[in-house]
Design a protein around this ligand. Structure first.
Ligand code: VG1
Ligand code: CO
Length: 565
């Protein structure tokens, strides 16, 4: 073997960079990947992308390089249990030890729901957390994987942090790790990994305690004991253990209340996406004379929720509005809430509640990270997104089980059915008909062209009539954070009509292949006699206006959306 070849082997092994001043870690050389910019909620890619070369390691090292509070601090680590979760956790543990993290709190089995991770970060004063999830995207070797950094407030890193991490990924030349055995993730306890203390914690306990401190568990227990029938679909994702412990073991719901409760690496081959399409089994349980009184589902990482009554679907935007209107029935909010917030595409139903209550209402870009500052500043207590996301100031993530418990608390306090509460809400505040149409897997070029064309037309639209409706405003949503003044531009094209209807267009920031166009449609109906329509019927004119305006069929070749929610 020639000297040069030996040198090459030695170089490839990465051993050449072993730092003599600290034998506890090894520095390995690496090369940047150009596609590690986090999207709406962290870095999401196909599993095969994450498993190539140093892909995961590069990103994690970029977090350690830029988030220096982790050195000597506590890191929270866990994921939704999807394929590659365990392997990724072992890699991150070794890198955490090599990067001087003092303590890692990792969920048993590598599990932590997104809201539970937020809870644990806050409770134990961690410097930050790494959450491994691609949320509602399918899992398995051919599915998706994801990683997200959350800061010390427990919330998703704001844009300035994700941009710093991304910038680092573009220039990274090496990463640190140690040569140690895997940590035992299935047994609770404390382990030493080099200089770092690894604590394998019960992923449910802290979260369950937090829930008990917020809600009227006695009232919910009495409701369930009185024959109120519920089902919860964990979709073989992370909420199974949480829902079983809280709903069945703590609140006394009968065994079998939680369905699909065992977390599986591939979610049983399904999309762990709580909507009418993917949770069809649950929806069927609410229908007909034997239908249960209340049903709910959550997504892969436990931050989303779908709420159903008997023969009744609660639109997420309405769910936020109803919970805000009934906030004082929840013990933690007995004294009232200071304000609410919703993402821009979410319906304006909650705005009406805020106006009636005389509290502040904020409109933020899509993604939970934009609620963090408002929550930290105490300006809002409830917030939500149309995409089945609802939450409060108890953590800094949206929280599926929180929403379920909030509904059960309100139902117990009011003694009415889900349908009666929501239709009563419409009578009082008016109904915001709402729907989202998703065109998935369209070519990136076509999607960009569509958005570009729309943007170009915006200045001419105000004052014109589209299908008989006068355009009041047309813009590309820009948000200035009221707390730190940071500006986020190009957050979605909005077209508002003078009768209160809206059409919003934006491209998804969570997909992993091609582009997804989201079209959000909303109209307002104050007249009680006209509030009982199917939203697709009520919104029909607006739907065709949207299609024409954006030339959806012409540019994407699609005659109809793939998913309607
Ligand atoms: C989607 C939703 C958005 C949500 C995000 C993360 O983003 O529209 O409201 O915050 O997913 O949710 P996008 O960019 O694809 O529209 V989850 O449950 O992934 O954490
Ligand atoms: Co999610």
């Amino acid at each position: 073997m020639g000297r040069d070849f030996k040198m090459w082997l030695w170089y490839k092994s990465g051993q050449f960079l072993r730092d003599p001043s600290n034998m506890h870690f090894t520095t390995y050389s690496t090369h940047p990947f150009k596609d590690q910019r986090p999207g709406t909620s962290g870095l999401r890619k196909r599993v095969e992308v994450f498993r190539q070369g140093n892909y995961l390691k590069n990103f994690v090292q970029s977090v350690f390089d830029t988030q220096r509070e982790l050195v000597g601090g506590t890191l929270v680590l866990g994921g939704d249990g999807r394929f590659y979760n365990r392997e990724a956790i072992q890699i991150i543990l070794r890198m955490a030890a090599a990067n001087g993290v003092a303590r890692v709190l990792v969920g048993q089995g590598g599990l932590l729901s997104t809201p539970a991770a937020s809870c644990v970060i806050r409770k134990y004063g961690a410097a930050g957390g790494l959450i491994l999830s691609a949320s509602h995207n399918p899992g398995g070797p051919d599915g998706d994987f994801g990683i997200k950094y959350n800061t010390a407030n427990g919330g998703p890193a704001p844009e300035k942090v994700t941009e710093a991490i991304y910038a680092r990924t573009l220039e990274i030349t090496n990463f640190r790790s140690i040569d140690e055995e895997d940590v035992e993730l299935d047994d609770l306890g404390s382990y030493q990994l080099s200089e770092t203390q690894i604590e394998v914690i019960d992923p449910v306990a802290d979260y369950a305690d937090l829930m008990a401190s917020i809600f009227d568990f006695d009232a919910i227990r009495a409701l369930l004991a009185g024959g109120f029938r519920i089902r919860f679909d964990a979709m073989h994702a992370v909420t199974g253990p949480y829902a079983t412990r809280i709903l069945e073991q703590t609140l006394g719901a009968p065994a079998g209340t939680v369905i699909n409760g065992e977390p599986l690496e591939d979610f049983g081959g399904h999309h762990p996406d709580p909507n009418l399409v993917h949770a069809a089994e649950l929806v069927a349980m609410t229908q007909g004379p034997d239908g249960v009184d209340f049903a709910a589902a959550s997504d892969g990482d436990g931050d989303r929720n779908m709420i159903l009554g008997r023969d009744f679907f609660v639109t997420p935007s309405d769910s936020l509005a109803v919970l805000a209107a009934n906030a004082t029935l929840i013990p933690a909010h007995r004294g009232g809430i200071p304000g609410v917030a919703r993402s821009m595409p979410t319906s304006q139903a909650v705005d009406r509640v805020a106006a009636a209550m005389g509290i502040e209402c904020f409109e933020t870009p899509t993604g939970w990270k934009f609620f963090g500052n408002l929550l930290d500043a105490g300006r809002i207590a409830f917030c939500g997104e149309e995409s089945f996301g609802t939450g409060s100031n108890h953590v800094r993530e949206k929280d599926g089980l929180w929403a379920v418990l909030a509904w059960l608390n309100v139902l117990a306090a009011r003694g009415q059915s889900v349908a009666d509460i929501v239709t009563g809400h419409w009578q009082q505040y008016g109904r915001n008909y709402y729907s989202r149409h998703d065109y998935e897997g369209i070519k990136g070029k076509a999607a960009d062209q569509l958005m570009k064309d729309l943007r170009a037309r915006l200045p001419q639209l105000p004052g014109t009539f589209l299908d008989g409706l006068e355009v009041g405003y047309a813009d590309d949503f820009s948000y200035t954070d009221p707390i730190d003044g940071s500006v986020s531009q190009r957050q979605g094209v909005r077209i508002g009509f003078s009768n209160g209807s809206r059409i919003v267009f934006r491209l998804s920031g969570t997909g992993t292949v091609d582009a997804t166009l989201r079209v959000y449609l909303e109209s307002f109906e104050p007249n009680v006699a006209s509030q009982g329509l199917d939203p697709q019927v009520a919104l029909a004119a607006l739907i065709s206006t949207a299609n024409e305006l954006a030339q959806i069929q012409l540019l994407t070749g699609r005659a109809a959306p793939d998913v309607i929610t």
